[in-house]
Design a protein around this ligand. Sequence first.
Ligand code: NOJ
Length: 832
Amino acid sequence: MPPERSFDRGSSGASRRTFVKATSAMAIGTGANSAVVGAGESKTDADPETRDDIERRLESMTVRQKVGQMTQVALGEAGEGFDPDDPFETHDEPETVGALFTDLHVGSILNGGASGPTFDGEEFVAGLNGLQRYAIEQTEHGVPFLWGGDALHGNGLLDGCTSFPQRLNMGATRDIDLVEAAAVQTGSEIAAMGGHWNFGPTVDILRDMRWGRYFEGHSEDPMLLGKLARARARGFERSGRVAATVKHFAGYGTPNTGSDRAHARTSMRDLRTRQLPAYERALEEAKTVMVNSGAVNGKPAHVSEWVLTTVLRERYGFDGVIVSDWDDFLRLLTNHEYRPNTDDGWRWAVKEGITAGVDMHMCGGEVSPAEFIETAVDLVESGEVPEDRIDESVRRILELKRELGLFEQPLVREDRIGSLVGGARDVSAKLAKESLVLLRNEDDVLPLEGTERVLLTGPGVEDGTPNQFLMQHGGWTLGWQGVEDGDLTEDGPRPRQTTVEGAMKERLGDRLTHVPTEFEAAPYESIYENFDNGFFDVTDAQERAIREAASATDAVVVVLGEGPHNEGFGDRDKMRFPAAQRELVALVDAATGDDVSLIGVVLAGSPRGTAETFDRLDGVLFAGQPGSDAGVAIADTLFGDYNPSGRLPFTWEANVGHVPQCYDDYPPRQSVDAGAQTVQFEFGHGLSYTDWAYTGLSLSASTIKNPASNPTITARVTVENTGERAGEHIVEVYNTESYGSVLQPHRRLLGFDRVHVAAGESKTVAVELDLSTLEVVPGDVPGWKPTVVEAGEYELSVGEETATLTIEKTASITDPKPAPGRNGSAGGRCDD
Ligand code: NOJ
């Protein structure tokens, strides 16, 4: 075995010039429109940076300075703040944060995991401004850095933030405009913080509830996912000052057995028709891409020229910045075992990654920036990586800085962030309400209006508990795992929030009895230590209190679910609730008579729960992780002030042994006649307090000669609210039957719309249908041919209403050219 990689940090040739102490840099008070003071090459509004300026900068930079621009460094360990004099403890070199710029010419820094060096907005701006000023004043080229972070469901980096519903909830709303409005707020906050880069949206398709990042994925449907992700990218970038990131390109959402960062379970056909299209849609609005940490078809994405260059650059025409994920050149060795973890292996990883197309390497904690820079410089000097290739990347990075206006205005006002944090309350509350999915409502037990006494029990429901952040927010909320630094804190920081208990108390006063049960978040507990994403228990005293309250109540609301978690630490092997929760439901069931309504509220970032528990409950509301406005959204829904309208954005299997099953699988989707034994709730399931009926489905064109020139049609259908309560309803149009030269998915969503209809009234809804969702890859097993909509008849359905769409000519809408790489060096010739 070759020796373990041992990088001689002392041998770095980085120019360690003495830098001026930045005492003045930290005492800034930047005016709104001031250009940077004293910055060698920085610009004013009247003198904007041009493309020619970028070329001139590039020409004057040394290889080392260029590679520095390609380096992104994570701050975030203790002591690594925004003061240039702060010690930089994670790596041996450089010694201070400021030296990252003066010595290493680093182009970007990040605070990963939604936790910056401070949770206070104004301190954050002042610190970042100070560091930016330092970087500009003290470096030869005065190029401002890009700051990036993870504001993934709201700007969860600051105390008092609005935590918007998680991505899974967003998928349940099907409300593209509202989701975009939330993203606009997030982008504005990042900009006001002095940041420039938000590492979202996540565009990884959902398939497997065992994956610890399931809560991030929006949906298992590619079209819905693509539309939401595109809207979110557009929203993040609305301020003109922030770049969005399409991540994790491509195929990260289907890791084998749901294990984070494992190789993708996919095929060329699956990749091209079910996975890539969502990324492609989102790319229309995003300036950057982050790479999949896993492997696709046996090739790690970070070294796949096919993924990063042939598909992303050449086919999709993406010309923005491609950033690696966290330490991922190193993880090629340590995670994928693609090469030995030696100096040579590391050198190979850097070379292949840059050659494949990565523009910037994210140095997390294990790779020091000097280590990456030295290796890359050496590769250029030895001729193994052409300098032109480096220039391409640096040009993109500088161009991104130019587009974001960093050369003209590197600093931001310190007084703006305060008024933004915690804002967009209406958007947040509406999104939270729209995202709740009523799974079960036996004998119309819900809403609970008129109910006298209610017992509320279960974990994660208490106001003021130190177990921040309860179960309602999930990961990326004031900490990577949804709990700051993995610690439980009495005093916060906390997001702005209403809780289930608080909102019910406000409504019921003394008529509410609350018996919280034990819950402790379990951040950083992997599947091997804790399968439940939290520690749950019911003490003897709690059990006694529950029994007592249950004997004198009209309804019991039990909160169930899982605690916040993230990435590999969130991976799990269970769908059923933890034992303590199952026992809790059995307990309230046994302790109450038939006339007492038992309601379950599931707070989880995945389909958590099986019939074993649900069958004991009369009503079940899947609340997901609704964020700041969870309390008010849940209480309004349980008590009938809001009529639930969310629809599941995923398939909820009957138990973990049936994972993964998707609604758009090829037939046979499940063993014939298996039905409810394998799927508990279908994609699109979601009950209402009123009844809905459809009539008169018609199509704007029932025959399409050539789908390439007519890629959309409109379906019209009348929706009648036949019940007694006004409500919102999501109309969904599916392709339910079709035949072609290859298997057709069981069902495919073609379009949807959300409509509000008063009781007893009707509305005719026009739903735009995207015919590219009917594309398949024809031909035999290799799956290289262009994707096409095949000629034939397609049954379209809205509920029981059906219409037939006839396609006369086989044609491609999204893929008119030969399949990427088919005849090129990356793919080799394959005539299929
Ligand atoms: C690793 C995660 O995979 C990625 O999604 C995130 O943006 C980066 N860390 C930065 O925190």
